[in-house]
Write a protein that binds this ligand. Structure first.
Ligand code: SAM
Ligand code: DTB
Ligand code: SF4
Length: 318
């Protein structure tokens, strides 16, 4: 069977995903760990570093986000970071062991006039020997092509939740808008980083719908960040009920089984997770994290804590 036919044959149904989400925990994690070992070294975890190159003041109303101008979160907005500062951050990330540098901007979409500067950042970060990733909001085909030509390896653009729950979370754009940008990213030849958030008051069916869309993308995203909501005071979702460690690990296991060859990233939320929950997630097939002491605007465990955890687990960050 050629590659394309194999991908076609591997389409998942809603029933498949719901059955996995309801499976006995030990069996599920065991199967996920088996799938993980078939495609990856289970003792290696990929390390990405985030930096917010344009913070706050965003016109979108994503109900989880610290950076939306619609909510009073107390965050100070700033303009696009100077290239020199971005490069200094990338240098630090590399020295601290990150292999990928992800630049995030609080925009609905980049302006065409910012593209040369953004492309310059990509080229220079790449020349430092880091993989490059950006997340800037929606892209036109032309913008996607110029980032790709500048050397951008990955574009992050999350679907965040199920198509059915999406308008409860964001009203200033549609689920379909997200898919259109993802298609532009693919057509421009970049790798796709696409995932979402749990703990936003969604139902189990929404988690199933969310994973189903990701798993049936052809091909599935190379990188799948699963974020636990970082609750932000002042946002509509700031008081949502947190997801337990076991529920989170279950989701990781299902993502691993549905997308055997993708990097599944244990993303936002590690700050609130115990070492034991994180270890369970790595056993269940998570094989990527954000390193460093901050994400975009919120906290992350940082180098000393992570070094101790990975030493204990015998896991190498790559
Ligand atoms: N503005 C761009 C966009 O929305 O695509 C890029 C930056 S945005 C902050 C990137 C992703 O971060 C969102 O899609 C969401 O999945 C995640 N995120 C934002 N706020 C979060 C929070 N409070 N907790 C967990 N994840 C969050
Ligand atoms: C993703 O899925 N998670 C990252 C990255 N992509 C851009 C962002 C997490 C943000 C957490 C909240 C904050 O720090 O503001
Ligand atoms: Fe803006 Fe992105 Fe935050 Fe939504 S998630 S408000 S688009 S920065």
């Amino acid at each position: 069977m050629d590659g394309e036919a194999r991908i076609e044959a591997a389409r998942w149904t809603r029933e498949d995903v719901e059955a996995l989400l309801a499976a006995p925990f030990a069996e599920l994690v065991f199967r996920a760990a088996e799938v993980h070992r078939e495609h990856f070294n289970p003792n290696e975890v990929q390390a990405s570093r985030l930096v917010s190159i344009k913070t706050g003041g965003c016109p979108e109303d994503c109900g989880y986000c610290n950076q939306s101008a619609h909510f009073k979160t107390g965050l100070k907005a700033s303009k696009l970071m100077d290239r020199e500062k971005v490069l200094a951050e990338a240098k630090r990330a590399k020295a601290e062991g990150a292999s990928r540098f992800c630049m995030g901007a609080a925009w609905r979409a980049p302006k065409d006039r910012d593209m040369p500067e953004l492309c310059g950042m990509v080229a220079e970060v790449k020349a430092m020997g880091l993989e490059t990733c950006m997340t800037l909001g929606m892209l036109s085909g032309e913008q996607a092509r110029s980032l790709s030509e500048a050397g951008l390896d990955y574009y992050n653009h999350n679907i965040d939740t199920s198509p059915e729950y999406y308008d409860q979370v964001v009203t200033t754009r549609t689920f379909e808008d997200r898919i259109e940008t993802l298609e532009e990213v693919r057509s421009a030849g970049m790798k796709v980083c696409c995932g979402g958030i749990v703990g936003m008051g969604e139902k189990v069916e929404d988690r199933a719908g969310f994973l189903l869309v990701l798993a049936n993308m052809t091909p599935p995203p190379e990188s799948v960040p699963i974020n636990a909501l970082m609750p932000i005071d002042g946002t509509p979702l700031g008081r949502s009920k947190p997801v337990s460690g076991l529920e989170f690990a279950r989701l990781i296991a299902v993502a691993r089984i549905l997308m055997p060859r993708s990097y599944v990233r244990l993303s936002a939320g590690r700050e609130q997770m115990s070492d034991e929950t994180q270890a369970l997630c790595f056993l269940a097939g998570a094989n990527s994290i954000f390193v460093g002491d901050e994400l975009l605007t919120t906290n992350n465990p940082g180098q000393a804590k992570d070094a101790a955890l990975f030493e204990t687990l015998g896991v190498k960050l790559v």
